[in-house]
Write a protein that binds this ligand. Structure first.
Ligand SMILES: CC(C)(COP(=O)(O)OP(=O)(O)OC[C@H]1O[C@@H](n2cnc3c(N)ncnc32)[C@H](O)[C@@H]1OP(=O)(O)O)[C@@H](O)C(=O)NCCC(=O)NCCS
Length: 188
C-alpha cells in the first residue's frame, strides 16, 4: 500500500476542479461531523490555504491532506507572521499507521520553505497530544479570539482557551510574545 503513495505539495492556484473534489471527499470522511461543509468541490472550511500537502494513491484518490496559509496575527501587543495550518486529515482506513506523522513532517518542510517564524494551529483537545508529539507547543493558558468556520454566510466571533499550538520554524519558541491571540480571521 505505502509503496503506491505519492506525496506532493501544490499551490492553491494550481489545483484543478478534480483536485478540489478529491480533497473534499477526504475531508468529508475525516471530519464526519462537518461533512455537510465538505460537499462537491468545497475543499476548505474557513480561510482557503495557499499550499496543500497531499498524499495520493495510484488512482489519484487523496489519502492525506494539510493546508497552510501565511497570515499576520496579533499576539499581545505584537503582530506575528505565522503559517496557519489546518485541514489536517488522514483517510480513516489508514489512521494509526504513521501517515499523520509523515504528513506533519511534510507540513514542517512547507513552513520552513515559506520561512515563517512559527506555525500556528487550533486543535481539538483530544488531538493536542498528536501535535505535541511532533514538536508543536501547546499554548494552554492562551485565550484566542477568532472568527468561526462556516460554510453558510458570515463566521461569528469566538473566544477559546486551550488547543492553540505553535511550531517554532525560523524563530525559537522563546520569541513567541506573551499575551492573548487575536486572529482577526478564520483559520485554514
Ligand atoms: C489526527 C490524524 C491526522 C492523525 O493521523 P494518523 O495517521 O492517525 O497518526 P499517526 O498514526 O501518524 O500517529 C502519529 C503519532 O501520533 C499519535 N497519535 C495519533 N493520534 C493521536 C491522538 N488523537 N492523540 C494522541 N496521540 C495520537 C500516534 O500514537 C503516533 O505516535 P507514535 O509515533 O509515538 O506511535 C488522524 O487521526 C485524522 O485524520 N483524524 C481525523 C481528522 C482530525 O481530527 N484532524 C485533526 C484536526 S485538529
Amino acid at each position: 500500500m505505502t509503496d503506491d503513495i505519492r506525496w506532493e505539495v501544490v499551490e492553491e492556484s494550481a489545483l484543478t476542479l478534480a483536485d478540489h473534489e478529491a480533497i473534499t471527499a477526504l475531508l468529508a470522511q475525516a471530519f464526519p461531523d462537518w461533512s455537510h461543509w465538505f460537499l462537491g468541490s468545497r475543499s476548505w472550511s474557513g480561510m482557503q490555504p495557499e499550499r496543500r500537502v497531499l498524499a495520493r494513491d495510484a488512482d489519484g484518490v487523496v489519502l492525506a491532506h494539510v493546508g497552510v496559509r501565511r497570515m499576520f496575527i496579533s499576539v499581545g501587543s505584537e503582530d506575528v507572521l505565522v503559517g496557519d495550518t489546518g485541514l489536517v486529515a488522514v483517510s480513516p482506513r489508514l489512521q494509526g499507521a504513521g501517515m499523520g506523522r509523515d504528513l506533519l513532517e511534510r507540513a514542517r518542510s512547507v513552513l520552513e520553505g515559506l520561512d515563517v517564524p512559527f506555525g500556528f494551529l487550533g486543535a481539538g483537545e483530544d488531538r493536542v497530544p498528536f501535535y505535541a508529539n511532533l514538536g508543536w507547543h501547546h499554548l494552554d493558558e492562551v485565550v484566542t479570539d477568532y472568527t468561526a468556520f462556516t460554510a453558510e454566510g458570515a463566521g461569528m466571533p469566538m473566544t477559546e482557551q486551550g488547543g492553540w499550538m505553535v511550531l517554532p520554524v525560523a524563530s525559537p519558541l522563546e520569541d513567541w510574545p506573551a499575551g492573548p491571540v487575536r486572529l482577526n480571521a478564520q483559520q485554514v
